[in-house]
Design a protein around this ligand. Sequence first.
Ligand SMILES: Nc1ncnc2c1ncn2[C@@H]1O[C@H](COP(=O)(O)OP(=O)(O)OP(=O)(O)O)[C@@H](O)[C@H]1O
Length: 616
Amino acid sequence: MFPTRLDSPVAYEIAKAMMDGFNRHYHLFRSESARAKQRFETADWAGQQRAQRERIEFYDLRVRECFMRLEREFKAGEQPMDIWHQVKLHYIGLLVDHLQPELAETFFNSVTTKILHRSYFQNSFIFFRPVVSTEYIENNAPEAQPTYRAYYPTLDNLAGVLQQMVLDFGLCREFEDLPRDAALVTGVIRPMLDRVKVHANLQIQVLSSLFYRNKGAYLIGKLINGFTEQPFALPILYNQAETQLRIDAVLHGDDDMHVLFGFARAYFMVDMDIPSAYVQFLRSLMPRKPRNELYNALGLAKQGKTLFYRDFLYHLRHSTDQFRIAPGIKGMVMLVFDLPSFPYVFKVIKDFYPPPKDTSREQIKGKYLLVKQHDRVGRMADTLEYSGVAFPRNRFTDELIAEIEKLAPSQLEISDRDGDGQLEVILKHVYIERRMIPLNIYLQDAFDAGGADPSNSSPAAQSARAQLEHGVIEYGNALKDLIAANIFPGDMLWKNFGITRHGKVVFYDYDEIEYITDCVFRKVPKPRCEEDEMSGEVWYTVGPHDVFPETFGPFLLGNPAVREVFMKHHANLLDPAFWQKNKDRIQQGHMFDVFPYDQSKRFVVSPRQSELPESM
Ligand SMILES: Nc1ncnc2c1ncn2[C@@H]1O[C@H](COP(=O)(O)OP(=O)(O)OP(=O)(O)O)[C@@H](O)[C@H]1O
């Protein structure tokens, strides 16, 4: 299919313009990420959040810019296919020795699918899989940083080496007491080397850029001894007076790392020359984490999306089960389905929403976009948004097809789009997110196993009680973290939250989300007369942004065991004054800390804690 001669000058020019477009994108993306260091050093938290939000837009802006240049300068859309084939070969040539070839391939796909008719990108014209390897890429420029640095401590000088390792990041802000912190870190790391043979290769490898997010900077590395590798992260935060730095904890082991890099958190800002090398290093720390999620965590969401789709197609080819309506209570706004063998759910916005839902497709998309751009503080699932997704028809249950036909007919096409004789289900617009156990199901399982029955003391009932307690406490913690992030979930029912593999409660129903600062928290007014008191109806006027926290109880706390746990840990969530106090703080410009790790891991819990919503 490809030409044997590259004889078109315009083809080279188009390829070059496209590569220039990508290089400009990565340059801007990287500069913005690199500036995170300075924002951290000057404690510019509002700037850090703004940059995190704005950087998400960069990719689409650059794709549009490049598309317009190609149309303007080369009438790209009118070029015949044999010229496009030459464009691709030239582009591949330009990828040799490129430091971000996989990202540049994705950029080519984004631009060409905007220009060319669908039939071209069906026939493998775009990069369906990587053409250029990302292995062993190095930047040999003299000023280039290596991807990671290695340190060779002994058992005796570990603290000194750790101290040097931190200083090598050259942060222009003093530490309160770095020798103290290095000793504390040593206190956690040193026992990992107790009772094991110390091998000749004992070393610490650390990625050469810090990972910035909100008010923290994270040093990411691993301790290697023999064939054992122990991943760790050191969060660097400000002290209480916000004048000097300190190391706040040592996060280590699988769970800590997965929570830090979780899919429900904002993307990190990292100054990287060779992102694939960062991903490879991170994967050595978290081998079970899909590469798409690591690219996402690094802010390279388009690459994450590309890799997710490749993983998905690969999974489809190597599985035989059928898509089905997702377990749990059906949504009023979203039609949700999943493939049992695959850990994600697919969400389609319905065409009709029954009362009391008063919304529109555009409003719902707006809310999902808000979440994408907002700091998700580990409590709101990230979503991947796709349009025109095709699935094999024979993998859909008839029940699911009937459900889509009934509830979202405008989104559905069943056809043989690419003419290969296979019927496809093509969905116009889909959100995809990690599958969790809906919290209502999680609690129901605990009830079914006797967790809410105080007279049952069997081991199964005790473990169910622990499950119930964990779910309810974590639910309240999730609400409080959302408050800290200025988010009011709107619909707080258990079914709108899920439990992750690591036991975190995460919110996933965004259509009624509001900023806390837009809400009006009110006490339920006192009845004016007996008639008011007896009335089953709401007798007082309610504004569109009014929220009455005292009324949450009847919806949430019908079960006495649930009520008991909730009231013990989170009674303040039913108090309008609590919500109002936090709203005031946010309005005064305060940015709460949200820690991607358990409080018990912190070296010092500062008095600042008492100012925060109570879970934190
Ligand atoms: N990430 C997920 N993991 C597992 N199940 C999910 C997930 N997202 C949604 N579900 C299931 O699909 C149902 C509906 O999803 P969702 O709450 O997003 O829809 P909705 O239409 O916005 O709901 P509502 O009617 O409350 O507004 C949930 O109650 C849950 O059972």
